[in-house]
Write a protein that binds this ligand. Structure first.
Ligand SMILES: [Zn+2]
Length: 245
């Protein structure tokens, strides 16, 4: 039994390494996704702002053109006034000019409003552009770094998995099943040593009767508190402690 548990303890070291590496890989992948989504969202926002700005700009130009057209009409009418002698015709023409003027002041107000919108939107757009630039510069080359790290992790994990298979071949299927269940449920720690009557998994005192059974190392014993597999590790002699640590 002791031998089996020692294999389990070795397996656990490999599994803990795999678990840690997989965790780092997940974090890297999440980071890549997060940062790229952030940049994508900023680009999309900027795209919408640009479309809107262009629409406003087009509107502004149309209003400017209309104003010029109306001004041209006013000038024409003024020149016609110089040639007209009939008072009624003159009055009618003056009314037309007044109407155009009224329309123009309306147009001017509208144009001013458009210019204000353009100015505000332009400032927001500039700000977003600066933010996008900062995001892109901050991310520049980082994806490649993360991907290189992920590739390295995958290589290490593949090697660890190979070692794992070798160790697992030494273990009975039942024991493996039990170990894997505990490993998954107990945060990557399924096999723990008992030293001085204390479970290293949950730090609870082991009842003396159970302690005696653990020392015999002849059957599988679970901690009554945290349900991890317990085993007794022989104390390392003083002289070997430095070398073995
Ligand atoms: Zn325990």
């Amino acid at each position: 039994m002791l031998e089996q548990i020692e294999f389990l303890a070795s397996l656990q070291i490999v599994d803990q390494e795999i678990r840690e590496k997989e965790g780092t890989k997940r974090m890297h992948l999440a980071q890549i996704e997060l940062r790229e989504k952030e940049i994508e969202a900023k680009r999309a926002e900027l795209g919408i702002l640009k479309v809107d700005w262009e629409e406003q700009d087009k509107l502004g130009k149309e209003k400017e053109q209309a104003l010029q057209e109306e001004s041209r009409k006013t000038m024409e009418k003024r020149m016609r006034m110089n040639r007209i002698k009939n008072i009624k015709e003159l009055q009618a023409l003056q009314r037309e000019i007044d109407q155009i003027k009224q329309g123009n002041s309306q147009l001017e107000e509208e144009l001013l409003a458009v210019m204000e919108v353009l100015e505000t939107e332009g400032a927001v757009q500039q700000q977003r552009e600066a933010e996008l630039k900062e995001l892109e510069e901050g991310w520049n080359g980082r994806r490649e770094e993360f991907e290189a790290e992920i590739a390295e992790i995958e290589r290490t994990v593949a090697e660890s998995s190979r070692v794992r298979t070798e160790i697992a071949a030494q273990l009975s299927g039942d024991l493996m099943g039990q170990y894997e269940l505990i490993f998954a449920r107990r945060g990557g720690k399924a096999v723990v040593a008992v030293s001085e009557g204390i479970c290293e998994g949950c730090h609870m005192n082991i009842p003396p009767q159970l302690w005696n059974e653990i020392i015999r190392n002849d059957k599988l014993i679970l901690c009554p508190n945290c349900h991890r597999i317990l085993y007794y590790k022989l104390p390392v002699p003083e002289d070997n402690q430095v070398k073995s640590s």
